[in-house]
Design a binder for this molecule. Sequence first.
Ligand SMILES: Nc1ncnc2c1ncn2[C@@H]1O[C@H](COP(=O)(O)OP(=O)(O)OP(=O)(O)O)[C@@H](O)[C@H]1O
Ligand SMILES: [Mg+2]
Length: 283
Amino acid sequence: MKTINNFEEAAANELLVNENHSEINTTDNLASSACLIRLSGVHKRYQLGKTTVNALNGVSFSINRGEFTAIAGPSGSGKTTILNLIGCIDDPTSGTVLVKGKNHQFMKDREASIFRNQTLGYIFQNFNLIPVLSVYENIEYPLRIGKIKIDRHTKEKIYSLIEDVGLSSYTKQRPDKLSGGQRQRVAVARALVCDPDIVMADEPTANLDHNTGLEILNLMQKLNRRLGTTFVISTHSEMIIEKSRRVIRVLDGKIESDTGEDYEYQNKTDYDTVDSERATCSA
Ligand SMILES: Nc1ncnc2c1ncn2[C@@H]1O[C@H](COP(=O)(O)OP(=O)(O)OP(=O)(O)O)[C@@H](O)[C@H]1O
Ligand SMILES: [Mg+2]
């Protein structure tokens, strides 16, 4: 599999890949199972010329469906690397990453691309909206790329998401007329439009002031509760860390602490076994 090192580049790439297929099926995400993400003994090494960077050094944790988890740690500690692995964008050097019980390393590129599109939504620090599209069109865009039929039902869903994120008066507005917080609200709605199991957010409030960051956090938590979507957020923000139900702290590529799986979501009917036996990435 082609290694893509940048989270945003990966999502852009994903949009291009998905222009060429039509098998996106949003109803698949309704499958109910608690354990969504499982990292076991994960190491990630990068080779920079003659220098080896040990970005992750034996990381293990599970995240259940419906959890709201912050991945915290200083710059360079491995947060984005963890998100890239969960996002099936990059492969571990050793160890196993299972998402919905599946190891994307066993998938063909096209299968992995469809799996990502059905399973994951992304929110970025820099919002990554398309400047020439309106609020409505930006949110609709992943559906168009996924060749999902835009019918009355999907339109209602988009308008309902726009209402959820508090932008009903801005439907036709282009991003350059919106504030940073409003842009991030559009990005939150866009991340949810394909009904993903997991929304991954890499430093989603880093470009926002405290109060606007808090609004976006509240919005993500409201949607997490209402839709049951699992959120995994990489952050430096103490405000997000304080308010997240679960916090995994990373230091030098290792788990420093983990407040633990949210008790509300521990009734495992478990995806864990699907690819476990085949998951034999050697160290
Ligand atoms: N593509 C790459 N090639 C080489 N080294 C990399 C690459 N990506 C990350 N690293 C290194 O891996 C380590 C972890 O990086 P990562 O981006 O995961 O940190 P982070 O916790 O997200 O940091 P930040 O808070 O600054 O975003 C760092 O030492 C980084 O330099
Ligand atoms: Mg990072």
